[in-house]
Ligand binder design. Structure first.
Ligand SMILES: Cc1ncc(COP(=O)(O)O)c(C=O)c1O
Length: 443
């Protein structure tokens, strides 16, 4: 049966929407496990690119959506008010710390939230420029591909108004140093060089940043990075937009990744896990910008009652299941087990993470740190054969990304790390051929 489905997927579903690593058929899920068509269970270290924060088949979300659909009010917010959207907006505004007067905007995908934020900020401030970071991923609309600076988005040009700055990557110091004073050198390059040459700060409307840079390689910046970036923005009257689409809502062991720095962003972007499986994204931030021009950033189905009911149920479940604290606790275990088991391999250059997002960076050897671009596809494929789903990411496509559902328990973490260990060993022993992975281009 699954062979037929795989062939029909290849025949009828556009490749433009695919970055496949295996022929896995996602037939179902239970808690933190995925099921294929034969009913085989897989440990899930991907959570659908961090979208399944609550895991699968969450009863509360199912009931909340079913109850809302029974009311048959599917409309978005364009020309009518709906209670789930108003409730969710209020909840999100209260959830994000700080004293600013905020409101919430709703969209359908992370990309449209980031794009709407850019549009609203540029129009409200009247300033033309944006700063983003090399390796950043803010979405796949043309405007967001141009703002992002991840190599796989480089096929779309544009964004001449966006100045891209090195992200402080402790493992790969962008200035070739040994990682000391990394924040100061990255932000100093922006403030002391770019601001004084090609990018006058009074023309800059906003900085877009990920507090843990995910698709760029699951990079955890130095602790002083976010506070110093906030201070830099304050010095120059620039808005700080923190993209929490992948790492927000508990994943890093705090409600938001920027909470580790104790700062207040001007705008926060949310998506992925917010909808509990339904399309839902949000920009939460300064009222004066989000109210600046009525009707300037809208979609027919944005803020629809069904997605917002799901969003409310997701927030309830994060609280009820204590998922923020669990991410901190189980994330520490995950990082420890990955480090203990995988640093044995010379091809593993670095293991890092914060809560339930970890990266395992593959290199040819530790001394050269040359990115190993052939092994990740083989490891991910072998892991699937052995019963583990994960993906790889990174600027060089050489980082195994580990973002399990937040509901994963220690036993499943141990089981997943066991499989990953064996998958690396098997891949090094030649268990997966070049031809096998050639059809799964990944990134
Ligand atoms: C940090 C970040 N921002 C934005 C996006 C775009 O979200 P979406 O793919 O839902 O449009 C992603 C997607 O991977 C992301 O990781």
């Amino acid at each position: 049966m699954s062979d037929g489905l795989i062939a029909r997927d290849a025949r009828f579903v556009a490749d433009a929407i695919k970055i496949r690593y295996t022929p896995f058929v996602a037939a179902g899920g239970e808690g933190a496990y995925l099921l294929d068509e034969s009913g085989r269970r897989f440990v899930d270290f991907g959570a659908g690119w961090a979208a399944a924060g609550l895991g699968y088949s969450n009863e509360h979300v199912k009931q909340a959506v079913a109850a809302q659909m029974d009311k048959a009010t599917m409309a978005g917010l364009l020309s009518g008010i709906n209670q789930p959207a108003v409730d969710l907006a209020e909840r999100l505004v209260e959830l994000i710390p700080g004293d600013l007067e905020k409101k919430a905007w709703f969209g359908l995908a992370g990309s449209d939230a980031a794009e709407a934020a850019q549009r609203m900020i540029l129009r409200a401030t009247g300033k033309p420029r944006i700063i983003s970071f090399v390796g950043g991923w803010h979405g796949t609309t043309d405007a967001m591909m141009a703002m992002s600076a991840h190599p796989s988005l480089g096929g779309t040009l544009g964004g001449a108004h966006v100045t891209k700055v090195p992200y402080p990557n402790p493992y790969r110091d962008p200035f070739g140093g040994d990682g000391t004073d990394l924040t100061d050198r990255c932000l100093g390059y922006l403030e002391n060089y770019l601001f004084k040459t090609i990018c006058p700060p009074e023309q800059v409307a906003a900085v877009f940043v990920e507090a843990v840079q995910s698709d760029g390689g699951d990079i955890v910046p130095p602790d002083d990075f976010m506070p110093k970036l906030r201070a830099l923005c304050d010095r120059h009257g620039i808005y700080l937009v923190v993209d929490e689409i992948k790492v927000g809502l508990g994943r890093t062991g705090k409600w938001f990744a920027f909470d580790h720095a104790g700062i207040e962003p001007d705008f926060v972007l949310l998506g992925k896990s917010l909808g509990g499986g339904l399309p839902l994204s949000s920009v939460v931030g300064r009222r004066e910008v989000l109210d600046f021009q009525p009707g300037s950033a809208l979609f027919t189905m944005a803020g629809n009652a069904n997605s917002c009911a799901a969003g409310l149920a997701v927030l309830d479940e994060i609280e009820r299941l204590d998922l923020v604290e669990r991410s901190a606790r189980n994330g520490a275990l995950l990082l420890q087990r990955l480090t203990d088991r995988l640093m044995e391999y010379e091809v593993v250059g670095d293991v890092r993470g914060k809560g339930m997002i970890c990266g395992v960076e593959l290199v040819d050897d530790r001394a050269s740190k040359e990115p190993n671009t052939s092994l990740p596809a083989k490891i991910v494929y072998r892991a699937w054969e052995l019963g583990l789903i994960l993906y790889y990411a990174g600027n060089w496509g050489n980082v195994l990304e580990i973002t399990p559902p937040l509901v994963i328990d220690p036993e499943a973490i141990e089981a997943g790390v066991d499989i990953l260990d064996r998958a690396i060993s098997d891949a090094l022993d030649g268990a997966v051929s070049d031809e096998t992975v050639a059809q799964f281009a990944g990134w």
